[in-house]
Design a protein around this ligand. Structure first.
Ligand code: PEP
Length: 252
């Protein structure tokens, strides 16, 4: 079933003490008043995951990792495997974030392998995709989005998509303060759902949650979330403040 989801990507922010404080603040803010079907996810850095799992145990807040390596184990200095995550009690991993694509040269082909490793280990995947400013200006955004999804996800079976959450993140709107208009978000989300209908049928297309990410703030969340194909948000900057994050969650 399609779910409403608000996920916070903390990126390389918050030391252990700060992470604990932020979790405490979020728990206090979201304790009451959430609709049944709404999920709240936070993605702290690797070193703070264990503590985050412990601190969110009796709450509705779920913990995700921001990345993982595709190999089972081995000589990959500095990397973290799917098994290491599940062993900590992590059930979700973000893959394909544009910062991973841009600064760490992650390609769609590599992401396909990471997705397989994550699903194979029982992890749910928040899969990010989205076009650059150049692609948007030249009108290539539909083609770019379609290629990213086809190359990284369309080798999967229908049943795999119960463990995939999509996150449309136009690169030009991430951390820039420039948000896609609710209409621009809706246009791509509807296009993506249509792609899934063509490839996997209506049932899969209508069950998959598609989040929007890119400068979502308390002031614009409600309007973006009101669009029929926007099922929630992946939040960067505003997820680092408990009141702002909670305000975004409550506007769903
Ligand atoms: C992100 O990086 O996933 C993101 C959406 O960031 P921001 O909300 O800061 O634009």
């Amino acid at each position: 079933m399609k779910q409403k989801i608000v996920a916070g990507n903390w990126k390389m922010n918050k030391n252990l003490k700060e992470a604990k404080e932020l979790i405490k603040g979020i728990k206090k803010e979201v304790k009451a008043g959430l609709k049944d079907n709404t999920r709240v996810i936070i993605a702290p850095s690797f070193v703070n995951l264990q503590s985050a799992v412990k601190k969110t145990k009796k709450s509705i807040v779920e913990v995700a990792a921001q990345n993982m390596h595709q190999a089972k184990s081995g000589a990959y200095t500095g990397e973290v495997s799917a098994d290491m995550l599940t062993n900590l009690g992590i059930g979700i991993v973000i893959l394909g974030h544009s910062e991973r694509r841009e600064y760490f040269a992650e390609t769609d082909e590599l992401l396909a392998k990471k997705v397989d490793a994550a699903l194979g280990n029982g992890l749910e995947v928040v899969f990010c995709f989205g076009e650059s400013l150049e692609d948007r200006r030249s009108g290539n955004h539909f083609e770019i989005v379609e290629n990213q999804l086809k190359k990284a996800l369309f080798h999967l079976q229908k049943e795999n998509f119960k463990d995939i959450i999509l996150a449309y993140e136009p690169v030009w709107a991430i951390g820039t303060g420039e948000t896609a208009s609710p209409e621009q978000a809706q246009e791509i989300h509807a296009f993506v759902r249509e792609l899934f209908t063509k490839e996997y049928g209506d049932e899969t297309a209508n069950a998959i949650s598609i989040l929007y990410g890119g400068s979502v703030k308390p002031a614009n969340a409600k309007e973006i979330f009101s669009k029929p194909d926007v099922d929630g948000g992946l939040i960067g900057g505003a997820a680092l403040n408990a009141e702002d994050f909670a305000a975004i969650i409550k506007s769903i």
